[in-house]
Every structure is written in structure tokens, then in C-alpha cells.
Design a protein around this ligand. Structure first.
Ligand SMILES: [Zn+2]
Length: 252
């Protein structure tokens, strides 16, 4: 049966001489694998739409296994993301996390809206590192991680300063942190931001202007959570870290 849905392509791999297999994410059907026949041939209409980060209205047939991708119409070419290597890196991270954390055929309009919203915000000029950090915090539960961010995980104490325990899954107050050699000390700002990222919906966050070091500290914590608690190492993270070596020190 032919279906039409708005979606974002998370992955595209070559298949044979002329085809591609794409992974499309939609609100209605979740993550689905589709064969894009002829997509490797430059003159085929599917060639221009069968790529990662394509966002548009898609026409496809969804079978039991791999479905068939028929045609698609772009809703936003994400030109600003595609022409900026920083944005590309962070968009790749968002897309990779979605691809790895969402199981096939499990629809979630909440995750679809979050994915779409983050990419559209990035295209509009909102800080890509901030959006990727926010997205990563909001996706933690999909990896089975739900850090306690409003009080100490051991004694329930609510007074700062806090540390963060990756293995314990959340904040530690000063006296509990003293007993944990792996606790990472964090500033009050970081503790507050982590909670904010977790609780506030994307459309209510508005414009933010966070220091590069602040976002970097959040990235480190979230990254450690994904790696140590879920065994997830992201290719895009490595790419972003490599890009950091090319940056001039005075760039924000
Ligand atoms: Zn405590």
C-alpha cells in the first residue's frame, strides 16, 4: 500500500550499482528502511532526495521488510547546515543518535518533532552545539538512561555544589561526592542547565547564548553517560572533536 508521510532521512547507503537503501524517520511509522531504486544514477529523480538530512514529503511503500521509496518533495533544503562544517557535525550527531536509539517501526511523534525542531532551529541560526546537547539530553531515556538531576541520588539533598556521577546516574551532593572517587564536580550553572534541558520543551527554550565552555562541559557529561551506561560511541562525536583541532583559539 502506498503511503505518504513527512520524514527525515537518517541514513543512506549504496546498494549495488544503481540503488541506495535509505533509513527514513517519520512521525507516523517511526524508523523505516526503504529501497531507492536508481538513486545512484545522477539523472534519476531519487538521486537528489536520497541523502542524509533530506527533509520532506515522501511517497513510499512499506512492506514487511524493506519498503520502496518512490518520490519525495523537499520541505527545507537545510542549506545553511549543509554549507557550514560545524553545523554539519552537530546535525550528523542528532541524526546518528536518532538512528541508533530508535527501533524500527516504533513511531513517536514526540521524537520526530524534537528531531525536526532541532534541525529547523539549527537552520535558523540557533547555536548548533547547544541544540545537539539539548537533543542528547532529551534522548537519554531512549538509551535507558534517566539521570536524576534535581537532587542528590544518594541522600536526596538539594543544596549545591553538586557533582555528577555517571555510574550512579545523576547528581551527588558535596558530602556524598566525597565518598565517590569518580564523581565529576560541576558548577551550579551546569546542574541547572542539565535539568532545564531535560524538562523544558524545545519550543519554550527560545534563544540561548551559552558559553562554549559551558556547552562543552555538558557534552562531556552526556557523552560519558552514553558511552559508559549504554555503550554508545558516536561517529559524529569523533568528527566534531577532530574539527576542534582546526579551530582558531579566539573563535567562540
Ligand atoms: Zn547526598
Amino acid at each position: 500500500m502506498m503511503r505518504k508521510a513527512e520524514g527525515i532521512i537518517l541514513r543512506a547507503t549504496d546498494y549495488g550499482e544503481s540503488n541506495k537503501i535509505i533509513t527514513l524517520y517519520t512521525a507516523e511509522y517511526g524508523k523505516i528502511g526503504l529501497m531507492a531504486r536508481g538513486a545512484k544514477k545522477p539523472r534519476n529523480p531519487l538521486a537528489s532526495v536520497s541523502h542524509v538530512l533530506f527533509y520532506g514529503l515522501c511517497l513510499f511503500n512499506k512492506g514487511r521488510g524493506l519498503g520502496t521509496f518512490y518520490q519525495a518533495e523537499s520541505l527545507n533544503a537545510f542549506t545553511s547546515i549543509r554549507t557550514d562544517i560545524d553545523k554539519m557535525g552537530y546535525a550528523a550527531l542528532i541524526v546518528e543518535l536518532t538512528e541508533r536509539l530508535c527501533a524500527d517501526g516504533q513511531p513517536s511523534s514526540q521524537i520526530y518533532q524534537l528531531l525536526r525542531g532541532c534541525l529547523l532551529d539549527m537552520e535558523r541560526g540557533i547555536d548548533p552545539a547547544f541544540l545537539a546537547a539539548l537533543f542528547s539530553v532529551k534522548m537519554l531515556p531512549m538509551a535507558g538512561i534517566d539521570p536524576r538531576l534535581d537532587r542528590c541520588i544518594h541522600c536526596g539533598g538539594r543544596s549545591a555544589p553538586f557533582s555528577f556521577s555517571v555510574s550512579g546516574g545523576g547528581l551527588l551532593c558535596a558530602s556524598c561526592a566525597a565518598k565517590d572517587p569518580h564523581a565529576l564536580p560541576i558548577s551550579q550553572t551546569i546542574a541547572r542547565l542539565l535539568l532545564l534541558f531535560k524538562q523544558i520543551p524545545l519550543d519554550r527554550i527560545g534563544n540561548v547564548d551559552l558559553k562554549k565552555e559551558t556547552i562543552h562541559a555538558i557534552e562531556q557529561i552526556i557523552n560519558a553517560c552514553y558511552e559508559q551506561n549504554a555503550g554508545i560511541k558516536l561517529r559524529a562525536r569523533r568528527f566534531i572533536e577532530q574539527m576542534d583541532h582546526f579551530r582558531t583559539p579566539d573563535k567562540k
